[in-house]
Design a protein around this ligand. Structure first.
Ligand code: SF4
Length: 371
């Protein structure tokens, strides 16, 4: 198994949104036509300054809401992306919201080689949609998904959010049944988190209680497994062969470029985060926070990211990458005894019954002990 050294993955952040969701703490601004072209010019410059020409296995265009760009803006965006070295094998994901994607835009994405669409559905519950400030027309959702498949973009992710105040398992069942009807290749699930400075935090909206949250997590697992989805990462499910290749690069602790306001990169042993100020970004005055990683940091990232995967961390690959045995770094036998991890063949994994509380296990991997 070869250890990858290239930066063969790129994330591009498009921060514009037509509406702001009540729970959102992502890096975003209201869509403003005057800002978009300036933003794209800065994006082009940033890529030109930093990108070294490596072949890209995956390109992920996320946001914000990339689908809120109009046709001209999308053409400009893809002219920039064309300069990244990629081909038809490259997984190119584009994030869409149903209130801004159209058939015409999907045609354009298809022309530019987008082969994976990620839709933020979140929920179909009308009360919750009102609460979170989103709009959704069920019939439109079906039409758009069918159209995407019809023109050949059949690799489709749907985001599901659950755990909203005053919702129960019955509400979740309805959302999952609807998603299953759409038959996507991939489903990403998120339990609501209430972040400071969001409308939900300001309005003192509460989370559901922990027991219900756990029941929802277990229900999602059971129902999606029954429907032939593989629960391949703590929060992600896919049909066989449709795991997100882009997100796998994060969990496998590989290098990647991140372009755009607030985007993060992992290049040459540095984790770099662009500032979230759109004003600085469009003035080409990008402030970047840099964290230089030593071997200890790298090992910690390898473990806390890799253990999120059902496949866990491969012990041989680990040795090849760090020139160290995992057993010499952590007290693995104690962790096995405590039923926190298992060894299966050449891999170390967190058993499924511990996934819901995985953070309490990952703490054990934050302390590295070696000579
Ligand atoms: S569409 Fe996405 S990025 Fe925009 S406000 Fe909603 S959650 Fe945030």
């Amino acid at each position: 198994m070869d250890v990858k050294k290239d930066n063969s993955h790129t994330y591009i952040h498009i921060p514009f949104c037509k509406k702001i969701c009540s729970y959102c703490d992502f890096c975003k601004v209201f869509y403003d036509k005057k800002l978009v072209f300036k933003y794209l010019e800065s994006l082009e410059k940033e890529i030109k300054d930093i990108y070294k020409g490596e072949y890209q296995e995956t390109i992920y265009i996320g946001g914000g809401t990339p689908s809120c760009l109009d046709i001209e803006e999308l053409k400009k965006l893809f002219e920039i992306i064309e300069k990244l070295n990629h081909d038809r094998q490259t997984e190119i994901t584009f994030e869409c919201n149903f209130d801004s994607i159209t058939k015409e835009k999907i045609d354009l994405l298809n022309e530019y080689g987008v082969n994976r669409l990620s839709f933020g559905l979140e929920t179909t519950n009308k009360n919750v949609l009102r609460q979170i400030n989103r709009e959704l027309e069920i019939e439109e959702v079906k039409k758009i998904i069918n159209y995407s498949k019809k023109i050949g973009i059949s690799n489709i992710n749907i985001d599901l959010m659950y755990g909203f105040e005053n919702t129960d398992i019955e509400d979740l069942k309805k959302d999952i049944d609807f998603i299953l009807e759409l038959n996507p290749t991939h489903i990403s699930t998120y339990s609501l988190e209430i972040h400071d400075n969001t409308k939900f935090a300001i309005n003192k909206v509460c989370n559901i209680d922990d027991e219900l949250d756990r029941l929802m997590y277990e229900y999602i697992h059971k129902k999606l497994i029954e429907n032939k989805y593989d629960h391949y990462e703590i929060s992600n499910f896919s049909k066989k062969g449709f795991e997100s290749r882009h997100n796998l690069c994060y969990w496998k602790n590989e290098c990647y470029y991140g372009f755009g306001v607030g985007a993060s990169s992992y290049i040459n042993d540095e984790r770099i985060t662009n500032s979230r100020s759109i004003t600085s970004y469009i003035n080409n005055n990008i402030k970047r926070e840099k964290e230089k990683l030593n071997i200890t940091d790298k090992i910690i990232y390898e473990m806390i990211l890799g253990l999120r995967l059902k496949t866990g961390v491969n012990l041989n690959y680990f040795k090849e990458k760090y020139n160290k045995e995992l057993y010499d770094i952590y007290d693995i036998n104690k962790l096995i005894e405590d039923n926190k991890v298992i060894i299966a063949g050449n891999t170390i994994k967190v058993p499924f019954d511990k996934w819901y509380t995985i953070n309490s296990i990952l703490i054990d991997f934050l302390e590295v002990d070696y000579e």
